[in-house]
Ligand binder design. Structure first.
Ligand SMILES: N[C@@H](CCC(=O)N[C@@H](CS)C(=O)NCC(=O)O)C(=O)O
Length: 210
């Protein structure tokens, strides 16, 4: 049985969605952010990094596995669900690219924006420098989503699940201009999915859905 160590209002929401779409059974252990948004110390007892998501699995041979990094967790779930949400029905290279692009390229820019937004005065100047970097990504994403319904092809895949958090965060923190209709339509489609709604119920408050 899989256990998700889930921090409220966080990237970990993607893992719950991934598991709902995969049909695998799992349980959720909830952790509440501290008032400064950091994770509670209890998470460090599960993994030395003390960040969420963390997935724990007891394999058929009784061995216990602990895994961090949302992308790696998604790949693990695809394998365990016999390829469901994996690259079989979509373009493999695009699948691989977007699976890693979410945390590797888009999230660092959003994180930089979040950090400078907390700095009075100078932070606003820094944000003006960072915002165009985010726009390069958002324009690229809009162009990609204008040519097919999902990130890796005609079917939804784990690549879409990985891309959900950066695009929800970009929409909530920086706003997606109306000039990005394909991205806005993709967000609406993911939010309307029954699996997404079920994951929201399991995860508790999540402020990134508009
Ligand atoms: N690249 C990692 C990032 C993990 C991460 O930074 N998680 C955040 C949740 S949004 C966290 O636990 N933050 C609390 C903290 O750093 O104390 C992943 O995708 O799993």
């Amino acid at each position: 049985m899989l256990t998700v160590h889930h921090l409220n209002n966080s990237r970990s929401q993607r893992v719950l969605w991934m598991l709902e779409e995969s049909g695998l059974e799992y349980e959720v252990r909830h952790y509440k952010r501290n008032s400064d948004m950091s994770a509670p110390l209890e998470l460090k007892r599960v993994h030395p990094l003390g960040k969420s998501p963390i997935v724990e699995d007891v394999r058929d041979d009784g061995s216990r596995m602990i895994l961090v990094e949302t992308g790696a967790i998604c790949e693990y779930v695809v394998e365990k669900a016999h390829g469901r949400l994996g690259p079989s029905l979509v373009d493999t290279q695009r699948y691989r690219q977007f699976l890693h692009y979410a945390e590797g390229s888009v999230m660092p820019v959003l994180f930089a924006l979040l950090v400078v937004s907390k700095v009075p005065l100078l932070g606003r100047i820094a944000a003006q420098k960072i915002r165009p970097m985010l726009d390069v990504h958002l324009d690229y994403i809009e162009a990609e989503l204008s040519s097919r319904p999902w990130f890796a092809g005609d079917e939804i895949s784990a690549a879409d699940i990985m891309m959900s958090f950066p695009l929800e965060a970009a929409s909530a923190r920086a706003g997606l201009a109306a000039s990005r209709p394909a991205t806005i339509s993709w967000l609406k489609r993911i939010h309307d999915r029954p699996g997404y709604r079920r994951a929201l119920e399991k995860g508790g408050r999540y402020s990134f859905v508009r």
